[in-house]
Design a binder for this molecule. Structure first.
Ligand code: DOR
Length: 435
């Protein structure tokens, strides 16, 4: 039998404090009087000073299973996600084997259900083996038990425009979405970091902003032509924001995400040659960071997505040129976003805007019913409790991830996830995973 929980004195979306009662997986009361009437037997959570949000939804997580369970598993990544306030994550397809068949996406889906910490929604590959030559089994993945709606070759770009067009045409039939890793490969051969002043000083091959912008421009034109949904992964440049704004004005069905790291870290960090700062797309300039924050606030960028990319010590702690790109993100994202002040209103954090960018909109983009819904009577209790007054000091040893490539190690960041509820059951309580 499902237990019931009374969140006493909680502020839903930062509004006036009240009591919220959760029972049988749903919110059953959202006011002090109603909650009091039905509270018998409920476990009381003292939530004074805490903000209640719809559970966070990540559009972009690398869980590494199958194939690289030494870096992460569906279970370890799910636990990291729950600790970060997430109730659903979209698991990227660049596993080994690649998630390009109904069999692999169903395997990931089932591992997610078995772990039971967040809803794991597999993303299917666009092309077989991420090879860019032949479409993957998009239809079979869509009709599989995993009901895949989002497809991406993330880690690689769908560079061939004919392949991209076909993929958009294919998914249009069932309102699927193609999530593009925008990187013109002909412009990033051997690239190690953002192309600019710092790469020139360090003598490292550069990854120019135009390699991202050229693909976004091409793909919004293609998506407009086909009339299908396009999503842009990890937008990293000011120029990309301008193209997205233009596309929106023309009515193209395009959405976009930004990572927490592109909202705070810059290419200056490469001067340390510490590979923890190597990521794809690379960290850009301070001007790009400013533009991305503004775009997130404005809504030209729809969502924050972690691009949580765990890597083993062997793959990461080596010379810069040999290190794999990617950084952890799930457990720190909310604090990192709060630290930017990008979603602040007149009276501190704009919790409604935060819920929009980190829960409602990503749930809508990924088609995840039951997630991204504000707490209200009858709504599935997929919820997150945040303590905005607390701080979090990032200690890699404390992470639930199997990997340690955390770029914020040692930093003290604002805010703390206190509890996460998945369909009314706590996956995190008192800041600790319940299992
Ligand atoms: O930095 C990155 N790491 N960017 C990607 O696109 C892929 C990811 C990974 O899989 O490690």
């Amino acid at each position: 039998m499902s237990r019931s929980y009374l969140l006493a004195g909680v502020a839903p979306l930062g509004r006036a404090p009240t009591d919220v009662l959760i029972r049988d997986g749903v919110v059953v009361a959202l006011d002090a009087a109603g909650a009091a009437g039905a509270r018998a037997g409920a476990e009381v959570v003292d939530a004074a000073g805490l903000v209640l949000l719809p559970g966070l939804v990540d559009l972009h997580t690398h869980l590494r299973e199958p194939g690289r369970e030494d870096a992460e598993t569906v279970e370890s990544g799910s636990r990291a996600a729950a600790l970060g306030g997430y109730t659903a994550v979209c698991a990227m397809a660049n596993t080994e084997p690649v998630a390009d068949t109904a069999g692999v996406v169903e395997q990931v889906y089932r591992l997610g259900r078995a772990a039971g910490l967040v809803d794991v929604q597999p993303v299917g590959a666009v092309t077989a083996g991420l090879g860019g030559q032949r479409l993957a089994e998009l239809g079979a993945m869509a009709t599989s038990a995993a009901a895949v709606r989002m497809f991406s070759d993330d880690g690689r770009c769908v560079a061939d425009p004919r392949m991209m067009r076909r993929a958009l045409e294919y998914v249009k039939a069932f309102d699927g979405v193609i999530a593009q890793h925008a990187e013109e490969p002909g412009l990033t051969l051997g690239a190690q970091m953002h192309e600019g002043e710092v790469s020139a000083v360090l003598g490292l091959a550069g990854w120019p902003a135009v390699a991202e912008e050229a693909i976004i421009a091409r793909d919004v034109l293609l998506a407009g032509h086909v009339g299908a949904r396009l999503h842009i992964c990890h937008v990293s440049t000011a120029g990309s924001v301008e193209i997205l704004r233009w596309a929106r004005q023309r009515g193209v069905r395009v959405t976009a995400e930004v990572t927490p790291h592109h909202l705070v870290l810059t290419d200056e960090l490469a001067r340390s040659y510490d590979p923890v700062f190597k990521v794809n797309p690379p960290l850009r300039t301070a001007a790009d960071v400013t533009a991305l924050r503004a775009a997130l606030a404005e809504g030209v960028i729809d969502a924050v997505a972690t691009d949580h990319a765990p890597h083993t010590v062997e793959d990461k702690e080596c010379e810069w040129a040999y290190a794999r790109p990617g950084m952890l993100g799930l457990e720190t994202v909310l604090s990192v976003v709060l630290s930017t002040g990008a979603l602040a209103g007149d009276a501190g954090t704009d919790w409604d805007a935060l819920a929009q960018r980190m829960s409602r909109t990503p749930a809508r983009i990924a088609g995840l019913d039951g997630h991204g819904r504000d707490p209200a009577v009858g709504v599935p209790a997929n919820l997150t409790l945040v303590d905005p007054a607390a701080t979090t000091t990032v200690e890699p040893g404390a992470s639930a991830s199997r990997s340690r490539n955390n770029p914020y190690t040692g930093r003290t960041l604002p805010g703390r996830i206190v509890a996460t509820f998945l369909r009314g059951e706590p996956t995190v309580l008192d800041g600790k995973a319940t299992r």
